[in-house]
Write a protein that binds this ligand. Sequence first.
Ligand code: 6GU
Length: 242
Amino acid sequence: MRLDLISIFPEYFEALNLSLIGRAQQDGLLEIRRTNLRDYTHDRHRTVDSPPAGGGAGMVMKPEPWAQALESVLSDDGAAARPILVVPTPSGELFTQQRAAELAAAEHLVFAPGRFEGIDERLTDWAQEHFQVHRLSIGDYVLNGGEAAVIVMVEAITRLIPGVIGNAESLTEESHSADGLLEYPVYTKPAEWRGRRIPEVLLSGNHAKIEAWRREQSQQRTRRRRPDLWAKHVVARERAAE
Ligand code: 6GU
């Protein structure tokens, strides 16, 4: 997979050179290119923002540097298909595990995180002609810019690419996987730590019992912590039983 990350703070993405994603780049599973948006400005101050039309607080990102940066990405994309452009914004659709799985199948993803009050709306209109545009939010809170959201999305997406995670099995047994339940609690050695014991069933060696216990724990957790997910799970389970 190829990733293009365009930002006025390309250094922000250096965290992606660490750990599994860093390794995936070394292994050639992933190619991450960072672009400084200011390289596509042509004035002495390298201006990327301007006051909002109609007045109001803050500044808005000008569309032209973005268009030129995106054109440069297109011009060295060998593929014929329209690449996917992700525009992180708190006013976008919600980025979910399912969305991550869809995006993990793509050949080429481009991320365009804005700062200030966002990017001039005409940029995304224009971009639809050249890209499949997804405006995505990572949750109901506001960040200062989209860069942290890009890191979140890239991490969620790239770990689903075959080979990026050593133990592919850990993907099927985690929170937000297919059954819609949260993950069960996990423990390691020693069996007693600071007076607290591991649940006895985990020491029983009885795999059927362990599996049943884990399932029960997942359900309890989901019911208590995430009633919204629990309601969806129950509906899906009832549908499947019909
Ligand atoms: Cl994608 N961007 C910003 N700036 N804030 C957010 C967000 C994105 N998702 C949630 N809050």
